[in-house]
Design a protein around this ligand. Structure first.
Ligand SMILES: [Zn+2]
Length: 312
């Protein structure tokens, strides 16, 4: 009825301006009715709306916190510039002659029995981890071990094992080597080489490191193998030098290195020290290390004669 009346009214008015005025009035009335209806509904649903608003605010606050955390992480990681490349001149040199035949015989004999000679000690899983395939910048990285880091325990091997068997919840307290070599030459495997031992903190080799934690500088751990020699009694005091390592330790070290060089195709020039890779300037191990002892042994079992450089 009402719509018929309005239609008649609109059509009866010949004046264009009057028709326009009526249409405008109808539109305005409709708008006012719509607003009134909406307000009425929102009044009825007020408790529910308040809950929704509270939930939205909480989520917004959570997003804001996460965003700030990610921004801080990103800021701290982008501040980490790649390390300066410090050249490494390996004390080991190519040697195909002047082989010590007594050493050769002894080491070849032991090399055949090496698998049965090695001991395994399980340590707490907080002190080692998987090798990463991606760094924190999203770059793909090669987790294959390519460098060997020589260490010394600075205390007894028992003390080192005790530390590694302990649970450490803080990243900065977690530590391990892949292998320990006791004063009498026993080889104790602690972390499987396919895993990442935490042998070095802030460190790099030839300008290479891997950043796996936004809270810390990079380290060589992701592509390193760590072997540690038990420190002799007169070296457990923090002095710069000590009496050095036993012949049995050098024998075992040469055999462990030969095994890793075979398994991972590591060249002799990539055998280095913790002192060399340490970027904090705090490490000096292995102190009193005699490279000529290692040279003679690796040469005796043929690991310094093979050239891994085709142009050499
Ligand atoms: Zn060390």
């Amino acid at each position: 009825m009402v719509s018929d009346y309005l239609t008649t009214l609109i059509m009866s008015n010949r004046s264009k301006s009057k028709r326009l005025l009526i249409v405008l009035m109808l539109t305005l009335s409709g708008f006012i009715i719509f607003i009134w209806h909406t307000k009425q509904n929102s009044h009825d649903d007020q408790p529910k709306s308040n809950q929704n608003l509270q939930s939205h605010l909480e989520r917004l606050e959570q997003f804001s916190k996460e965003y700030n955390q990610k921004s801080n992480d990103l800021r701290s990681t982008t501040q980490q510039k790649p390390p300066r490349a410090i050249s490494w001149s390996s004390p080991l040199s190519k040697q195909c002659s002047d082989i010590d035949q007594r050493l050769k015989k002894n080491l070849n004999r032991r090399q055949k029995l090496l698998a049965t000679e090695r001991n395994n000690e399980a340590i707490d899983s907080s002190n080692y981890g998987k090798r990463y395939r991606w760094d924190i910048y999203g770059r793909r990285i090669d987790p294959t071990p390519s460098v060997v880091i020589l260490h010394e325990t600075t205390d007894s091997y028992h003390s080192a094992l005790y530390t590694f068997k302990d649970y450490h919840h803080k990243d900065e307290d977690q530590a391990s080597y892949h292998t320990l070599i006791t004063l009498d030459g026993r080889i104790i495997d602690v972390v499987d080489p396919i895993n990442r031992a935490y042998g070095a903190g802030n460190s790099a080799f030839l300008g290479e490191w891997v950043v796996t934690n936004p809270r810390f500088n990079g380290s060589v751990n992701n592509f390193a193998l760590h072997v540690s020699l038990e420190t002799p009694w007169d070296g457990r005091n923090g002095y710069l030098n000590h009496s050095g390592y036993s012949d049995n330790q050098y024998d075992s070290l040469a055999l462990v290195l030969a095994d890793w060089m075979d398994r991972f195709n590591i060249p002799p020039e990539n055998i280095t020290t913790h002192q060399h890779v340490d970027l904090a300037g705090e490490r000096s191990d292995p102190r009193s290390f005699d490279w000529s002892n290692l040279q003679r042994r690796l040469a005796a079992i043929g690991y310094l004669c093979l050239s891994r450089n085709p142009s050499d």
